[in-house]
Write a protein that binds this ligand. Structure first.
Ligand code: FES
Length: 69
């Protein structure tokens, strides 16, 4: 299934990128060009990253969740 029509990027290509360590939408944009034109695919691309288990939790959110008081 195509996720990014502007760049012709498929869900499989995003999953393959995730398996190589890509863990943020920004990295995915740098690697494949996803969300670099109209941007309509950003949310879907991020969802595919999340499903792949590759999406990194932003450091500030992680520490906010575990930091006492
Ligand atoms: S659909 Fe991905 S940038 Fe337009």
């Amino acid at each position: 299934m195509f996720v990014c029509l502007c760049n012709g990027i498929t869900e499989s290509q995003i999953r393959a990128a995730a398996s190589t360590g890509i863990s943020t939408l920004e990295e995915l944009t740098d690697r494949l060009g996803v969300a670099s034109q109209c941007g309509q695919c950003g949310a879907m691309a991020q969802a595919v990253l999340e499903e792949s288990g590759a999406l990194a939790v932003p450091e500030d959110r992680f520490y906010a969740a575990v930091r006492p008081g």
